[in-house]
Design a protein around this ligand. Structure first.
Ligand code: CMC
Length: 392
């Protein structure tokens, strides 16, 4: 028509039709393929949820066994990738390492670059992406301590294998410790998809140019890194530490968050869509209490977090703007209790979000969506005559 509707930040613009995740922000409802997040977090496993998101149905016993079997047989990452992984400075940010390594998978597994891949070929790339991600994440974790990597073992399922590759040097049982296995599954499930958020939209838009899966996921990882999105889980712990070291005066920090002349925001609070509560935050808050108790961890920032929440939820500023704790508010406290360094938190978010990104990328391809190409409202000069150098 020639008319352009301006909607910065896409607050009211639907970019696609999708049958994957349903989200009602007013009522705090989140469902994957129709199943409630509460039931999935309680009863399911991360791999079952990955299967559900990607293929649309909960797997049968045989389907999940085959899926896990195939994944476990692709968990080794080409040894040559280690060469440039080793080249990263030891304290470079894990998200920078992750994005680069995932994009590099396209160099080591170039069949993913083939045009018009068959369904079977696409599926194999998906399996490899899921498999190699957990290995890469564990490499990055190991590097943060200067430890040697631990190789995957096919006897384990996905989550146990990840625990083995990260904490395996503690004891062999770590991979099958019911407390660790259960909480890792829960956290990964809660992060697995969230309709058209910033990183998912990025994956879809990059993929819409027919770009390969690895590069599309790598773009999503970059989008997730920012503190307004997945990077918030790291920012929350840093904020809680800062408040603790500053004497723990939560009122003072709430006042800072409200001050429009101060750029400080209460990290882990607020959400573009949830305007009542974030159902994931409710589940995580409870899991946080349970896990810390089971592990016998007493983290003083948990008390600060709870106090901040209590003060904010009664404060006119937060009430009026419908700002509630989001998924990132308590997740970092759990990751920390498990032994992950703060800078790894967003990488763990990415590990959880991977099935969602893959499912959305696949849906976009199956639906043959057109290339994503937003328009703009131009606000620059109209026409100007070129000015020679001497006349400027
Ligand atoms: N602390 C203080 N004020 C806030 C906060 C906050 N955390 N969040 C929003 N506001 C205020 C904001 O200043 C604005 O006030 P006013 O109407 O007076 O200008 C109003 O609330 C609406 O905020 P907005 O920035 O227009 O809302 P948005 O939908 O564009 O942003 C958000 C959503 C999540 C980016 C934002 O709430 C935020 O920055 N939160 C902190 C970062 C965070 O926790 N991000 C994780 C999000 S959930 C997981 C994920 O996506 O990865």
């Amino acid at each position: 028509t020639g008319y352009i509707t301006l909607d910065t930040g896409y607050k009211n613009t639907g970019a696609t039709k999708s049958a994957i995740t349903f989200l009602d922000g007013e009522q705090g409802i989140l469902r994957y393929r129709g199943y409630s997040i509460e039931q999935l977090a309680e009863k399911s496993t991360f791999m079952e949820v990955a299967f559900l998101l990607i293929y649309g149905e909960l797997p049968t016993e045989k389907q999940i066994a085959d899926f896990e079997h195939e994944i476990s047989h692709h968990t080794l990452v080409h040894e040559d990738m280690k060469k440039f992984f080793d080249g990263f400075p030891s304290h470079s940010h894990p998200m920078g390492q992750l994005g680069s390594l995932v994009c590099s998978l396209s160099a080591f597994y170039p069949e993913s670059l083939k045009n018009n891949q068959t369904e079977e070929e696409i599926n194999l790339t998906i399996i490899k992406m899921l498999a190699k991600m957990s290995t890469i994440v564990s490499w990055i974790y190991k590097k943060s301590f200067g430890h040697p990597v631990i190789y995957p073992q096919n006897k384990y399922d996905y989550v146990s294998n990840f625990l083995h590759m990260t904490f395996g040097q503690r004891t062999e049982e770590v991979a099958v410790d019911p407390v660790l296995v259960d909480v890792m599954n829960k956290l990964l499930i809660l992060h697995a998809d969230h309709e058209q958020n910033c990183s998912t939209s990025t994956v879809r838009i990059v993929g819409s140019s027919d770009c390969n899966l690895y590069a599309s996921i790598s773009a999503g990882i970059s989008a997730l890194w920012g503190p307004l999105h997945g990077g918030a889980n790291q920012a929350v712990i840093e904020m809680l530490e800062q408040i603790k070291n500053d004497g723990g005066d939560t009122q003072k920090w709430i006042a800072k968050a409200k001050d429009k002349n101060d750029s400080f925001r209460l990290m882990g609070f607020g959400h573009r869509v949830y305007k009542n509560f974030d159902p994931r935050a409710k589940i995580i808050k409870k899991a946080c209490d349970d896990v810390l108790e089971k592990l016998g961890v007493n983290d003083p920032v948990l008390a600060i977090a709870k106090q901040l929440e209590e003060v904010a939820l009664k404060d006119e500023y937060f009430v009026q703007r419908k700002l509630y704790p989001n998924v990132d508010f308590y997740s970092g406290i759990i990751y920390r209790a498990l032994g992950f360094p703060t800078e790894m938190f967003t990488v763990l978010f990415a590990l959880g979000r991977l099935p969602g990104w893959i499912a959305q990328w696949k849906e976009m391809k199956v639906n043959k969506e057109p290339i994503g190409r937003p328009r703009q409202v131009y606000t620059g000069s109209t026409f100007r005559e070129y000015v020679e150098m001497k006349g400027r």
